[in-house]
Write a protein that binds this ligand. Structure first.
Ligand SMILES: NC(=O)c1ccc[n+]([C@@H]2O[C@H](COP(=O)([O-])OP(=O)(O)OC[C@H]3O[C@@H](n4cnc5c(N)ncnc54)[C@H](OP(=O)(O)O)[C@@H]3O)[C@@H](O)[C@H]2O)c1
Length: 239
C-alpha cells in the first residue's frame, strides 16, 4: 500500500489514476478545484480516498493542504503532479498564457519543490509529473502549452540529476501522453491515436510501478517523440 497525492483528480487522467490506484489498494489524496467532483469521487472510491479542494496556483495555501493530506494519509510515498490546463479559447490571449504558466509551470514547480524536499528528508519517494509529447514541439497554435510542457520535462530531468546527488532514494517519472480522452480534449479537432482514458492510465501505472524515467502514452507515441526530436525546426515551421 502506498500513500499517493494526485493533483487534478476531478476529471480525465487524474480521476482515472485515482480510481485505478485506489482499486489496487493504495491510499489516494485527491486535489482539484471542484469540490463536488472530489466528493462524488470519494463516494465512489471509499475510505482509501482523502480529498482537499484546492487551486494549486494558491501556492501558500497549497503547501498547507499538502501537509494536511500527508497527515491524514499517515505519510507520503508518491505524488502525481497532474493538474494542468490546455489551450484556453475564452480568455484573452495574454490572460490565457498567464493562466497556463501559473498552473502548468509555477504550481508544477512548487509541487515538485515541496515534495522533493519532503522526500529528501524522508529518505525516499517517487515524483510523477504529467508532461506531454507536446514537450518536444513548439506550435503557433499552442505556444504556451508546448512551452509549459517542455519546462515540465526539462525541470524533471534537472531534479532527477539532483536526486542522484542527495542522500535519498528519489525516483522521478516523466509521463508524456499523446492524445487521451478527457475534458481537455473533448472539443479538440484533428486528433489521432486517441487513447481511452482507462487504457492510457493502465499503461501509466505499469510504467510508474517499474519506476521508469520517461514514458510515452500510449506506447506508439514514442515514435512521434523520436520524430519530433529529429525533425529540423524549418520543417516544423511549415506544418
Ligand atoms: N488528455 C490529453 O490528451 C493529454 C495529453 C498530454 C498531456 N495531458 C496532461 O494531462 C494532465 C491531465 O489533463 P486531462 O487530459 O486529464 O484534462 P482534464 O480532464 O481537463 O483534467 C485537468 C485536471 O487539472 C485540474 N486543474 C486545472 N487547473 C487547476 C488548478 N488551478 N488547481 C487545481 N487543479 C487544477 C482540473 O481540476 P479542477 O478543474 O477541478 O480544478 C482537472 O482535474 C494535464 O497536465 C494535461 O496537460 C493530457
Amino acid at each position: 500500500m502506498k500513500r499517493i497525492i494526485i493533483t487534478g483528480a476531478t476529471s480525465g487522467i487524474g480521476r482515472e489514476l485515482a480510481i485505478q490506484l485506489a482499486t489496487a489498494g493504495n491510499k489516494v489524496g485527491l486535489i482539484g478545484r471542484r469540490a463536488e467532483k472530489l466528493e462524488s469521487l470519494q463516494k465512489e472510491i471509499g475510505e482509501r480516498a482523502f480529498i482537499k479542494p484546492l487551486d494549486v496556483t494558491d501556492l501558500e495555501y497549497a503547501e498547507k493542504v499538502y501537509k494536511e493530506l500527508i497527515d491524514e494519509m499517515g505519510g507520503l510515498d508518491m505524488v502525481i503532479l497532474n493538474a494542468g490546463v490546455g489551450v484556453d479559447k475564452i480568455l484573452s490571449p495574454w490572460k490565457a498564457d498567464k493562466l497556463t504558466i501559473e498552473v502548468n509551470v509555477l504550481a508544477f514547480a512548487h509541487g515538485l519543490h515541496f515534495t522533493f524536499d519532503y522526500f529528501r528528508r524522508q529518505g525516499y519517494g517517487h515524483i510523477v509529473g504529467m508532461s506531454s509529447v507536446a514537450s518536444h514541439l513548439a506550435s503557433y497554435k499552442a505556444a504556451v502549452y508546448t512551452a509549459s510542457k517542455h519546462f515540465i520535462s526539462n525541470y524533471m530531468t534537472g531534479f532527477r540529476q539532483k536526486a542522484k546527488r542527495v542522500d535519498a532514494d528519489i525516483t522521478i517519472t516523466d509521463i508524456k501522453p499523446g492524445f487521451v480522452k478527457s475534458e481537455m480534449t473533448e472539443n479538440v479537432r484533428g486528433m489521432f491515436w486517441v487513447a481511452e482514458t482507462d487504457k492510457a492510465v493502465r499503461q501509466m501505472i505499469k510504467a510508474i510501478n517499474k519506476k521508469r524515467k520517461i514514458v510515452y502514452i500510449t506506447k506508439r507515441w514514442r515514435l512521434i517523440g523520436i520524430v519530433a526530436r529529429l525533425m529540423p525546426q524549418f520543417v516544423w515551421d511549415r506544418i
